[in-house]
Structure formats: C-alpha cells, structure tokens
Design a binder for this molecule. Structure first.
Ligand SMILES: *Cc1c(COP(=O)(O)O)cnc(C)c1O
Length: 381
C-alpha cells in the first residue's frame, strides 16, 4: 500500500472551494502587500496562540531573524539554543553576527534540556531560543525562570508547534516572541512561504511591524535598518481559511498517533526494538486537562538502532518517511568555526542517528497506519 509521508492534495481537495474563492478575492482586490487579509491573519493567529499581537512575515526563518533584530542582537552576543532542530534556528542567530551556543536535548522529548542552560550563560548571553520540536512544547517553566533571573530574552521557535500547549498555555505565548512558519508541510501551511511573530508586548510588536518594512516610519524615513520581511496577502488569505480547520487537523493527528501506539502495542514490537514518541498523557482526550499539555504531532517520530535499513525497507514498500534531522547543527560544516566537535552533545547525536518520522498527516487512514506498522513488523521479523 502506498503511504506518502504527507498528502497535501487530500487536504486541498477537502477545502478547495473556500481556498479558491479566497485566492480569487485577493486577485480581484489587487491588494497584494499587507492590507486587510494580512491584518486579519495577524489578529486571528495571535488570538489562536493566546498572544496579544501578531506580525506577519515572509517565512518562519525570517520570523526568528526579525525577533533577534528587534532586540538588537548582533556581533559579540550569544544566544543559547539546541543543536537538534532545523537549520534556521541557529542559522538566524549566526546571520545577525551573534554566536549560537548549544545545549543538548532530553532523550525522550527531543527538546532542549533546560537543566543544561545555566552553565552556558556568560556576560555575553542575550537570549534563549527554545524550539518546540515535532509539535511538543519544551519544558518552559525552568526556561522562563532562568531567563527572568538572568534578564534574557526568550524566543520560542514554534514553527512546528502552532496550537501546542504547555500547562494550558499555547506555543508562542510564553516567551518574549513566538515564531511560526506557514511552510506548506507545517500543521498550518500556506501556498508557499510565510510566517508570523507573536508577542504579548505592545512596544515589541509595534517595532516588529516597522522592522519588517525596512525600519521605515513614516514612509521613506528609516529609523533603523530592517528589511523586507512582509507576509504576502495571498498567503494570509489562505491561512485565514485554513486556521478554522486547524483544531480538527490537530485532533486527527493526535488520533493517528494514538492509533500508531496501539498498533505497535498489538504487534508485539518491543520498546527495545522501536522507541515510540513521548506522549503527554492528556493528548489522550480521556486525560484532557490532567497535565494541560497538548502535543500537535507535526511529526510522529520513532527510534531504531537500524534506522537507515528500516527506512530503505519502508521505501521499497511505498511508505514515505523522513529523517528530522540527520546532522546536528554543532557538527554542520558551516558552524566549524564555533569550535564544537562530535561527542559534545551525545543525545542530539544519538537522535540524529536513530530517529525516523512516519506519516501522521490528518487524512491518513486506519488501513494506511496499519500498513506502516505491519511493514515495520516485517522488517523486525
Ligand atoms: C520549518 C522550520 C523553520 C523555518 O521555517 P520556514 O518557514 O521554512 O522558513 C524554523 N524552525 C523550525 C524548527 C522549523 O521546523
């Protein structure tokens, strides 16, 4: 059975009339830069994320970059983050001229290990960029406690976590800035690149809006050096339609995750053979509210010591998978000058060698999920 990693055509078919009408309306208006669709999108995404203000930007990467620029972070500064994430997290830090300083992840959640942050703080540290990987929020209480004590800015890379919750609080709403991506493969994907920065702070939010438009206010008077980081009206129109469906899609992803867990259990595959994702108990509706955590499963990621062979086996059977991410950032060639070496962050390196993302998209059928687990069972023998 063919099981793609992601099936965006299935999602489009389900909402095609609405999307097509929204796109058509933008063309009729010829209002492509900022304007009412972008404003509506900013208000809706901010409200959805329990944040006061939203600023639509050109991508998730630019969301991270503009948040750093908004704080004047640059050469001589250090920003603490994780090496087990998409490149943009540390890439945005390095692009400002600041230095990414890594701490390792937790083996079970794949998120930054907050217990290691404090030892990396120096007089140059300006911010912590925390990532909510795969749709599960990082342990924010200790991160915020440390940041408050040392007066550090907290930027949440919530590109994979829109709508995720930590003790009842949404991704992006806890730190100084929350950064989202509308890249098509994210849970709330546009028809191209797009992103959003949210903040609870009126002053920071107002500055972001000037920063994303060349630092220009009023027109042709530049207060500081910003850039063109604007969200397209077309993307905003698509996001405005899709946001209404996001909770349905997140619930479908959670149901698929629980189905996988059950199928693995029934198959008799041991946890020594395949490691399953860490599940907050209340992701299961039966436990709703117990710990207030909500995993939105941008990815369902398993572990195997024979990961690469398993991936080849699944590919031969028509099952799509992906490795997020095969090379931790501290050993990327472009970061050689940071002076890190293999062995510095053992949990990140082990995750990079062992993890595999399975299809988890909302439209995945029971038969497809069963086919994935039975193919893995066949590999294990
Ligand atoms: C996707 C992603 C980004 C970058 O988002 P783009 O919209 O592709 O620029 C940043 N961080 C993480 C963790 C991501 O998954």
């Amino acid at each position: 059975m063919n099981v793609p990693l992601l099936d965006l055509k299935a999602q489009y078919q389900a909402i095609k009339p609405e999307i097509d009408a929204a796109v058509q309306a933008v063309f009729e208006s010829q209002y492509f830069i900022l304007g009412p669709q972008v404003k509506a999108c900013e208000e809706a995404v901010a409200a959805y994320s329990q944040a006061a203000y939203g600023c639509g930007v050109s991508s998730g990467t630019d969301a991270l970059l503009i948040a750093l620029m908004n704080e004047g972070i640059g050469p001589g500064d250090e920003v603490i983050t994780t090496p087990y994430t998409f490149f943009a997290t540390a890439g945005s830090i390095a692009r400002t001229g600041a230095r990414p300083v890594f701490v390792d992840i937790e083996a079970d959640t794949y998120n930054m290990n907050a217990a290691q942050i404090e030892a990396r703080i120096t007089p140059h540290t300006k911010a912590i960029m925390v990532v909510h990987l795969y749709g599960l929020m990082a342990d924010m209480d200790p991160v915020m406690e440390i940041a408050n004590r040392h007066q550090l800015i907290v930027i949440e890379d919530a590109a994979q976590a829109i709508g995720a919750e930590y003790k009842g609080r949404r991704a992006g709403s806890i730190g100084d800035y929350g950064c989202f991506s509308f890249f098509p493969s994210k849970n709330l994907g546009g028809a191209g690149d797009g992103g959003m920065v949210v903040s609870q702070d009126e002053g920071k939010a107002a500055k972001l809006k000037v920063m994303r438009n060349h630092g220009m206010q009023p027109k042709y008077y530049n207060q500081f050096i910003g850039g063109n980081f604007r969200l397209d009206a077309l993307q905003a129109a698509v996001i405005n339609v899709k946001l209404k469906y996001l909770d349905d899609w997140s619930r479908a992803r959670q149901a698929n995750a629980l189905r996988y867990n059950q199928l693995f259990e029934e198959s008799g595959i041991g946890s020594d053979q395949i490691g399953l994702p860490w599940m907050p108990r209340c992701t299961n509706p039966a436990y709703q509210g117990e710990c207030g955590c909500r995993h939105i499963f941008n990815q369902y990621v398993i572990r195997s010591l024979k990961r690469d062979a398993l991936r080849d086996h699944l590919k031969d059977l028509g099952i799509g998978t992906e490795i997020y991410y095969p090379v931790p950032l501290h050993v990327q060639q472009c970061f050689e000058d940071l002076g890190y070496k293999a062995g510095d962050f053992p949990e990140s390196e082990r995750a990079a060698a062992e993890t595999l993302a399975l299809p988890i998209y909302p439209e995945l059928s029971d038969e497809q999920a069963a086919a994935v687990v039975s193919a893995i069972k066949g590999f294990i023998g």
